[in-house]
Design a protein around this ligand. Sequence first.
Ligand SMILES: NC(=O)c1ccc[n+]([C@@H]2O[C@H](COP(=O)([O-])OP(=O)(O)OC[C@H]3O[C@@H](n4cnc5c(N)ncnc54)[C@H](OP(=O)(O)O)[C@@H]3O)[C@@H](O)[C@H]2O)c1
Length: 239
Amino acid sequence: MSTAGQDAPVTLVTGGGSGIGAATVRLLLGRGHRVAITGRGEDRLKAFAAEAGAGDALLLFPGDASDPAAVGAAVDGTVGRFGRLDHVVANAGFSTHDDLANGDPEQWREMLLTNVLGPAVLIRAALPALRAAGGRIVLVGSTAGVKNTPGNFYSVTKFAVSALAENARVLVTGSGVGVTLVSPGRVESPFWDSRGSGGAPDGPIMTSENVAESIVWALAQPAGVEVNSVVLRPSGQVH
Ligand SMILES: NC(=O)c1ccc[n+]([C@@H]2O[C@H](COP(=O)([O-])OP(=O)(O)OC[C@H]3O[C@@H](n4cnc5c(N)ncnc54)[C@H](OP(=O)(O)O)[C@@H]3O)[C@@H](O)[C@H]2O)c1
């Protein structure tokens, strides 16, 4: 059952049914936000909603983050139901876990659309409501968007997310909308399930909750202050 009031902040999280997105949603709900989430897998969203037990404080919008119509419907549906939109978290994304020498270009196409076009489409759809609210945009990049690794097209998409964060910031900052790029290192999540050898590589790794804390901290900055970039790695991760 919802405990959020009618004036509680409203946040839309893409890919909010698992991993970093789901951890962020749990934190936000715990702080009294009303939240909307997207994802392609409707069953995954429903299972998460049942587990979160947030009642009418959590809206589900199954759909593809790179589809402008689906993203527009999620934004409009959120504003229609909750009356406002204060924050968006462009979190949906994935890696093909391959390299330029051996990967499948069709999978790269889908990854490029999800990881790069998706956040751009979200910003475009949400801007009128965010401007009205003086809201915030968080883009989930990656340390793969800070340092190159060999032949990694995922890394190319995350460099593009880093660029998108800065060019969105200079577009909107005068209108009172803040932009934050959160660039995590390795995180234990379903992100690694599609990796051929199974699971995350050996080495230091964070939890989704560790990253969610930074996202929510960025959203909670006082009016007039914006954190523009957070890079966080598990201690011991070199690149
Ligand atoms: N895990 C890491 O080590 C790591 C490190 C740095 C950055 N990141 C980034 O963090 C973000 C979240 O990843 P995660 O680690 O939390 O992995 P995750 O659990 O796999 O979360 C990704 C979420 O995005 C959704 N998604 C994927 N493609 C989508 C699409 N086209 N349209 C709508 N939703 C889509 C997935 O749901 P559906 O499949 O049901 O659509 C899933 O809920 C991603 O942008 C990822 O690149 C992850």
